[in-house]
Design a protein around this ligand. Structure first.
Ligand code: ZN
Length: 145
């Protein structure tokens, strides 16, 4: 694998997410304030409602899914990297309903926290940039040597 960067462990945080915060925007805001340029995020907890999306590989566009219900966050994981010099969190989330069934997708703004525990890690090393990728239509990591 030649498209990798090596990083060192930076700062680490354990955070309680505020009630009714927007899950994605709250994490991006924290990363921006702390100036985390590269990192990883893990979250568990519950949401009052969620907005996720599914990337249609034929149409090369995201389809939005609105979930107007209370859900558990079984797992929400992803990365922090830079897109147009702005720190962006890319997170995928698995949510469960009251019968234990699951659904999930790409986390979008509009997901409201009921309660949440976030584990955030910073990696130190080269910047990791998202650049538009023609093949997929997605802003993917670009590795420059
Ligand atoms: Zn995604």
């Amino acid at each position: 694998m030649h498209i990798v960067h090596e990083y060192q462990q930076g700062r680490k945080w354990m955070a309680r997410l505020p009630y009714e915060a927007d899950l994605l925007l709250e994490l991006e805001s924290f990363a921006t304030i702390q100036k985390i340029r590269v990192g990883s995020i893990r979250v568990i907890g519950a949401v009052k409602k969620a907005v996720i999306s599914y990337y249609d590989q034929y149409k090369k566009e995201y389809r939005t899914i609105n979930l107007e219900e209370h859900l558990e966050i079984l797992s929400c994981i992803g990365s922090l990297s830079l897109k147009d010099e702005v720190i962006k969190a890319h997170l995928h989330i698995t949510l469960s309903r009251d019968d234990g069934s699951c659904l999930g997708g790409h986390l979008m703004p509009g997901t409201l926290v009921f309660a949440g525990e976030a584990m955030i890690e910073e990696f130190t090393g080269p910047d990791l940039l998202r650049i538009f990728d023609e093949q997929t239509g997605l802003p993917l990591w670009e590795f420059r040597s």
